[in-house]
Design a protein around this ligand. Sequence first.
Ligand SMILES: Nc1ncnc2c1ncn2[C@@H]1O[C@H](COP(=O)(O)OP(=O)(O)OP(=O)(O)O)[C@@H](O)[C@H]1O
Length: 297
Amino acid sequence: MGNTLTIKSVSKFRGKIQILQDVDLVIAPGERLALLGHNGAGKSTLIKTILGLTPVHQGSIQICGATPGSAEARRTTAFLPESVSFHPALTGREQLALFARLSGAGGDVAGLLDRVGLSDALDRRIGTYSKGMRQRLGLAQVLLGRPKLALLDEPTSGLDPISRQDLYAIIDELAAQGTAILIASHALTEVEARTDRIAILRKGVKVADNTLAALSRAADLPTHLRITAQSDQIEQLAAQIGGRRINGAALEISCSADQKMDELRRIAAMGDAIVDISMTPPRLEDLYRHFSKEDSR
Ligand SMILES: Nc1ncnc2c1ncn2[C@@H]1O[C@H](COP(=O)(O)OP(=O)(O)OP(=O)(O)O)[C@@H](O)[C@H]1O
């Protein structure tokens, strides 16, 4: 099956300033892609070009073969902005029913509101909703059209931890139904666990695009091993193993992914002197820092 979203060599300028430079990106049906980047890296601009709200100056974008902004692309694409705004005088039910009518999508409005946890508030005016409730209503709107592509800009900003989990559960359902999902985010820990692939923009240039495991291999960042010793043996172990003393009875050493098993064998061979070993592989935060820095390419 072809990709839902295909972005080829897209460049975009604002006046003389280049905002996006030769960006290639694809998302397959059912795939969840995290789009990361510092403030001003070009994430929102890329989303706006996919939506057809701002023109592409070079290159091309296709959504299931359709051009951004065309009737077909609009029918297949859903967008959740960072701060959703609705008519404050309408109730959640009225607002969603209005969207359903406008889009011609129809659908079970009350069922969708229940799905996003708004069943208690469906007949309350949106003006009385909290930010998290408005975000949930926005998500119901995304679900309404059964989109092939969902673009979510900072979907969890301002949400409490449970609401975040609920939101990702709904995103997972969407993906399981075949929707291609792009999540622009600064919440690295969340997207680390809940997406399939990571793309990083730096000053409008895509500097990374792969699975977490592949990015880890490419960056070759160290894994940290923390070794806890019997308290009366720490001095002797420190002399043998080296590394950094953490507190009275622990040492920390760093090694590359290739060296990790050799190090573990070396430490395990020290027998009863070792009480515990814990291992911390590079996290998305480390990879993000690595790929976002100026000399990463
Ligand atoms: N309407 C506009 N006119 C001029 N420049 C703009 C406009 N919108 C965005 N820019 C510029 O384009 C660049 C990319 O901005 P964009 O909003 O796409 O970044 P972002 O990665 O979404 O940032 P953030 O994480 O802060 O939301 C920035 O330098 C920004 O100043």
